[in-house]
Design a protein around this ligand. Structure first.
Ligand code: PRT
Ligand code: MG
Length: 211
């Protein structure tokens, strides 16, 4: 059995054509179904529907052989013990620093003032500001980071931006790019050794289907 872990929503949507290229069609739509294990047209392949941020943990511990996760999730997790053979170039966006319109970020950075930064991505944010030599107090949030500067909880946020609509709708502006994000294929290293005959063709089909 080959088990592939992935999340519902944008990753599942953008993965469907890649799965099709590997001859894999889900038996059910995970958006409609409440099942967490979805069978496919191939008897020996199944999908595990998990939270995006849980994908690395399932693959690392062998709960799944393969997984698809954003670079944001993989960097935050650390990615230890995961083989990452492919950038799938799906679910693309950018990790950005954003502030309220009119907030003088460059001035604050230059003056050495301590900045309060709200984010779900504490590891990425800590590394980024440390590299710049900026002193920050990180405030860990689990969602809707855009709210924090509006109510004075923070001076800045670190979050993903794709269209920019969410920032605009909340009077925020992006002031710095931290990294470009896309989703990667991750593979359990023991699975790759033990089941290479089944796993390698899936990796090859994905690679051929990536734009
Ligand atoms: O939703 P849940 O809490 O379960 O987990 P999740 O948010 O991590 O999962 P999901 O499915 O929302 O995102 C999965 C992956 O998609 C992420 O790990 C990213 O790698 C990738 N991705 C690509 C994005 C975006 N684009 C994106 N725009 N993930 C989140 N967003 C959010 C962003 O955080 C912000 O709130 O969308 C909002 C901004 O979008 P724009 O278009 O208004 O700029
Ligand atoms: Mg989400």
């Amino acid at each position: 059995m080959i088990t592939i872990a992935l999340s519902k929503g944008r990753i599942f949507e953008e993965t469907t054509p890649l799965l099709a290229a590997a001859g894999i069609t889900p038996a059910e739509d995970p958006e409609a179904s409440r099942k967490l294990i979805i069978a496919t047209n191939r008897e020996e392949v199944r999908l595990l529907i998990v939270r995006a941020s849980d994908v690395p943990t399932y693959v690392q511990n062998g709960g799944a052989d393969l997984g698809i996760a954003g670079r944001d999730v993989l960097v935050e997790h650390g990615g230890e013990g995961l083989y990452q053979p492919l950038d799938l170039k799906i679910a693309e966006c950018r990790m950005m620093v954003a502030v309220r319109e009119g907030f003088d970020y460059l001035g604050a950075a230059r003056s050495g003032a301590r900045l309060r930064v709200a984010t779900k991505y504490t590891r990425i944010a800590r590394d980024h500001f440390a590299e710049k030599g900026m002193h920050v107090d990180l405030i860990k949030l689990y969602g809707s980071m855009e709210l924090a500067p509006l109510v004075g909880l923070s001076d800045a946020i670190v979050d993903l931006v794709s269209s920019g609509n969410t920032l605009r709708a909340n009077g925020l502006v992006a002031v710095e790019e931290i990294m470009a994000i896309s989703s990667r294929l991750v593979v359990n290293q023991a699975s790759l050794k033990l089941k290479r005959a089944q796993i390698q063709p899936i990796i090859d089909a994905f690679a051929a289907a990536v734009l």
